[in-house]
Design a protein around this ligand. Structure first.
Ligand SMILES: [Zn+2]
Length: 207
């Protein structure tokens, strides 16, 4: 991850190299700026870690905090928001945000590649999901099973995939498979009502 550095004097915009106490151009005391920057970088590091753990609200808060301490961290905060959008699977938004990063941000091209390949996986996952749906509608349940298994691998972050997987396996009377999908689905989406009520039903039948 890239941390913000003081590359130019905040007062005279003169170039800085290393960490001089005073600006060689205008003589302004730079120590307070370093302190703010260190504090902002600390908040940024916490923000990126939170984004990695999937704690996107906290990541956003820490990003705003860093930005408020010193506006100089703008690029890093923009980068953070790309990471958050990727994490939340808002890929179109992530792409737009990554594209508008300045070219001086080292991670830019790497990020664009990452988003493009995630988008490819998502497209393929959605194709399998649609094929599973069509097959199920025609009662070709073996085909539907095949496609939904691929969809679950590729786009597990879409709750409808888990719902369909459970429905298909119940139709096939493959209860072990249905239960497995149900358990994983409920784990990923504890607030999904359909999955939760089905899980309850299956557990009741077991009891
Ligand atoms: Zn200066």
């Amino acid at each position: 991850m890239l941390l913000a550095q003081l590359k130019e004097c905040p007062v005279c915009r003169g170039e800085l190299s290393g960490r001089p106490e005073k600006c060689p151009g205008c003589g302004v005391e730079l120590t307070p700026y370093y302190e703010q920057l260190d504090e902002a970088n600390k908040a940024l590091a916490e923000a990126f870690n939170a984004a990695t753990r999937g704690e996107f609200e906290h990541a956003r808060e820490m990003g705003s905090k860093a930005q408020a301490i010193i506006p100089l961290v703008e690029d890093q905060v923009s980068l953070l928001h790309v990471r958050i959008a990727i994490g939340e699977r808002r890929l179109a938004d992530a792409w737009e945000k990554a594209e508008s990063l300045p070219d001086t941000v080292r991670e830019k091209s790497e990020l664009l590649h990452e988003i493009a390949s995630l988008h490819e996986l998502e497209t393929s996952g959605k194709q399998h999901f649609n094929l599973a749906l069509t097959s199920a509608c025609h009662e070709y349940y073996a085909d539907a099973s095949y496609h939904i298994e691929r969809a679950v691998e590729l786009i597990p972050y879409i709750p409808a995939v888990w719902r369909l997987a459970v429905k298909i396996e119940l139709k096939r009377r493959r209860y072990d498979f249905a239960r497995k999908y149900l358990e994983q689905g409920v784990q990923m989406f504890p607030n999904e009502r359909y999955l939760a009520s089905l899980a309850e039903e299956l557990n009741r039948d077991n009891a």
